[in-house]
Write a protein that binds this ligand. Structure first.
Ligand code: HEC
Length: 136
């Protein structure tokens, strides 16, 4: 019963977290005013990223993904995937389904297509914006 109570608390926390995440991205939604479909997948995609990817692609010293991308691009591109402005959805999906180096492939039983779509939308949302701006 204690386990059940803990689980219920976790579920409640997740719901609360989702509500906050929605608030956090409202500025982004305003920027893309009119595109009301975008907000929900963005939140879902961010949640998937935090659950499945940040262990390796988060910030900090012991993140094999971030470290490997720092070595690969040597600063030419951000080591953090969330800071990238060049990730196309198809590229994200390719790496997630196929894996690379120590990154494992994620099967559909681990990460379904809906979750992957949301994840790819989240990681690529900065790409078109960057293409329009062309700073540097
Ligand atoms: C076990 C650690 C690990 C996990 C978990 C992981 N990755 Fe990776 N990922 C890596 C490493 C390491 C590389 C770089 C490999 C290389 O090219 O040297 C990488 C590379 C990538 C690349 C290629 C980037 C580029 O420019 O070459 C993408 C995209 C990517 N990961 C997305 C993800 C996503 C999305 C998730 C979550 C679903 C994820 N990864 C989970 C370790 C991980």
């Amino acid at each position: 019963m204690k386990t059940l109570a803990t689980m219920m608390a976790a579920v409640a926390a997740l719901w609360t977290g989702a509500a906050f995440a929605q608030d956090g991205t409202s500025a982004w939604s305003l920027f893309h005013a009119g595109d009301t479909r975008a907000a929900a997948p963005m939140d879902a995609g961010k949640a998937v990223f935090q659950n499945r990817c940040t262990a390796c692609h988060g910030e900090g010293p012991d993140k094999p993904g971030t470290n490997a991308l720092q070595a690969k691009y040597n600063g030419a591109k951000p080591a953090l995937l969330e800071a990238r402005t060049d990730l196309a959805p198809q590229l994200v999906k390719f790496f997630v389904r196929n894996g690379v180096s120590v990154m494992p492939p994620f099967r559909k039983t681990e990460l379904n297509d809906t979750e992957l779509d949301a994840l790819a939308a989240y990681l690529s949302h900065q790409a078109p914006k960057a293409a329009r701006k062309s700073r540097r």
